[in-house]
Write a protein that binds this ligand. Structure first.
Ligand code: AMP
Length: 114
């Protein structure tokens, strides 16, 4: 089932887009948890990380990590460090069932996460 992220991909609702390629889109999180909080998503609909198969999605995931590195540099957080997070399912607090990599930076992170 499509989510609000498909509407963002199709430009049906606005988002603060910071990166776009044929397969990947990245935009600022509407409820940022750090000075830099960007969501990096595939343009194809994949509900959760449980649906990921290395044989099928390795290149796509590689593109998402390339995008994260490029954006981190552009946002000026690459040197100090940043966090990449995929929430998967209820216990992890996943709210939108279209996989998305959270790129968080611009402040010192704590560990373990809540
Ligand atoms: P998760 O809890 O991992 O599913 O994360 C979903 C994220 O999507 C949350 O951090 C939300 O703030 C963010 N979000 C939801 N709707 C939008 C939107 N329209 N534009 C930008 N970010 C959104």
């Amino acid at each position: 089932m499509s989510t609000i992220f498909t509407k963002i991909i199709n430009k049906e609702i606005p988002a603060d887009i910071v990166y776009e390629s044929d397969n990947v889109l990245a935009f600022r999180d509407i409820n940022p948890q750090a000075p830099v909080h960007i969501l990096i998503i595939p343009k194809i609909e994949i509900p959760t990380i449980k649906e990921i198969k290395g044989s099928e999605h390795a290149v796509l995931l590689g593109e998402m990590y390339d995008a994260a590195n490029e954006i981190a540099k552009k946002e000026g957080i690459a040197e100090e460090g940043f966090r990449l997070v995929f929430n998967c399912g209820n216990n992890a607090g996943q709210e939108v069932y279209h996989i998305h990599m959270h790129l968080l930076g611009g402040r010192k992170m704590t560990w373990p996460p809540g």
